[in-house]
Design a protein around this ligand. Structure first.
Ligand code: CA
Length: 219
């Protein structure tokens, strides 16, 4: 899952990035409001973590602009503890959740996870699509009640499909959501992952949609 972290405090930003990476997500850091707005509108993200006090353009304006442009990506705002007005304004402007500073990264991860679940229509931490289930807390995948052992990258692929169960997903989209930007990204390797996942789970669990990509098939 691809997460945009907008935070101008570089130390905090890097701390968040490494915590999210440790959770098998693909986070990227943006350090000012102008850059954040550009990246949030030009690329697709699964969640945006948005600090409100930002240079160049404040977080609230970034958020309002996103919602004005009908970009509905879940947004978790970060705000100062003593600024209730700011938080209320943030929620009114279309934020989905908030955290006050200072916070534990564990809590941020739990809140992001909840947003990812909700965005895919799941209220429970265990996502279920047909015979396939995924426990988002422990990163465990089960097929017809049997635990499936996946590598970190295979897990990222399966999790992305589980969060987008109805969608046909192209190789390019998968690459963007499972690899870091500076990684040597080759969309041909996606085919290899798909092949391995089919072998481990079921031959037709990821159906090829000719010319377009793949779709989850987990009956
Ligand atoms: Ca700030």
């Amino acid at each position: 899952m691809k997460i945009l972290v907008v935070e101008d405090d570089i130390r905090l930003g890097e701390q968040i990035i490494s915590a999210l990476e440790g959770n098998d997500w693909v986070p990227e850091l943006s350090q000012d409001g102008v850059d954040a707005l550009y990246r949030a509108t030009s690329e697709e993200w699964d969640v945006i973590v948005l600090d409100l006090g930002l240079p160049k353009l404040d977080g609230l304006t970034v958020l309002k602009s996103l919602r004005d442009e009908n970009i509905n990506t879940p947004v978790v705002i970060l705000s100062a503890r003593d600024n209730l007005t700011q938080r209320v304004e943030g929620l009114n402007a279309g934020a989905d959740d908030y955290l006050t500073k200072p916070f534990e990264t564990m809590e941020l991860i739990a809140r992001i996870r909840a947003q990812l679940r909700r965005a895919s229509g799941n209220a429970s931490p265990i996502m279920q699509v047909g015979s396939l289930s995924l426990d988002t807390r422990s990163s465990k995948v089960m097929w017809q009640g049997q635990a499936i052992s996946l590598t970190a990258l295979e897990y990222k692929v399966v999790a992305y499909f589980m969060h987008n169960p109805e969608k046909v997903i192209s190789r390019t989209e998968l690459v963007e959501h499972i690899y870091k930007q500076d990684f040597d990204r080759d969309s041909n390797t996606i085919e290899v992952f798909i092949g391995r996942i089919r072998k481990k789970i079921a031959p037709d669990v990821l159906k090829t949609v000719r010319g377009l990509g793949y779709r989850l098939h987990a009956e």
